[in-house]
Design a protein around this ligand. Structure first.
Ligand code: ADE
Length: 237
């Protein structure tokens, strides 16, 4: 069982997504537990402030450290396992399938979503939090990144996906390669035929074809994957 706590000033955006599809099933099966906390509940002034102007000037606002410390300490204090703390920021380690797999082996995660220009640096230092980015673009806040991470991690939890192989064989999972093309019925549509080999019943031929397609696609579309991870280019699976 994985427990995920989310700290945010927009708690309402999470529930609709958590209540549908695989995330709903993961929660119903007791494989995933999600708690969403409103950061404003931890503000100490009457305006419930969570942001302030940056020291040194400049545009925008910065997430104040004190409410985040208060939230993390309160939520941590109620549980026995110390969670791994992740701050959603574009400056962080880039999230990918490998990080998702790593996080899916944890017992507890705490995802902290900010808005505005970012977090006061003392949040990272004082809480020992890791920064995570979901890609090289800037969003208006860390809520979508938290949902992306939660979604990618949840589907890797044992028992969440129906067919036990469906997570093992998708893009980025077989030695980091892109997925091969998929076909389903009908065998011919608008003059386009599904490849004969897939209808041949010859499992070895199908496996060889898929491996070849997977490699070609990766070479054409994402040569960076093969450069970073030569294993993707030459292993026999
Ligand atoms: N906050 C804003 N943009 C982000 C990104 N790309 N990844 C994580 N957190 C963010």
């Amino acid at each position: 069982m994985l427990r995920i706590d989310i700290i945010t000033i927009l708690p309402d955006v999470f529930e609709p997504y958590l209540s549908e599809g695989m995330l709903r099933i993961a929660r119903e099966k007791g494989l995933l537990e999600v708690h969403v906390h409103n950061l404003r509940d931890y503000a100490s002034d009457k305006h419930k402030s969570v942001d302030d102007r940056p020291y040194g000037g400049g545009p925008g606002m910065v997430m104040m450290p004190a409410p985040i410390f208060a939230a993390v300490e309160d939520i941590e204090g109620k549980a026995d396992v110390r969670p791994r703390l992740l701050l959603m920021t574009p400056q962080g380690r880039t999230f990918d399938q490998q990080v998702a797999a790593e996080l899916s082996r944890e017992q507890r995660l705490m995802l902290i979503s900010g808005r505005y220009e970012g977090f006061d640096e003392r949040v990272r230092i004082g809480l020992g939090a890791e920064e995570i980015s979901i890609g090289d673009y800037v969003l208006t806040g860390g809520e979508l990144p938290a949902m992306v991470i939660m979604d990618a991690v949840a589907r890797l939890l044992p028992g969440v996906l129906g067919h036990h192989d469906s997570a093992k064989f998708d893009s980025f999972s077989v030695n980091g390669r892109l997925d091969y093309p998929q076909y389903t019925r009908p065998a011919e549509l608008r003059g386009m035929k599904a490849p004969d080999v897939l209808l041949s019943g010859n499992h070895q031929a199908i496996a060889d074809w898929r491996r070849e397609q997977s490699l070609n696609r990766t070479r054409e579309r994402r040569p960076d994957i093969l450069l970073r991870n030569p294993i993707a280019d030459n292993t026999r699976s």
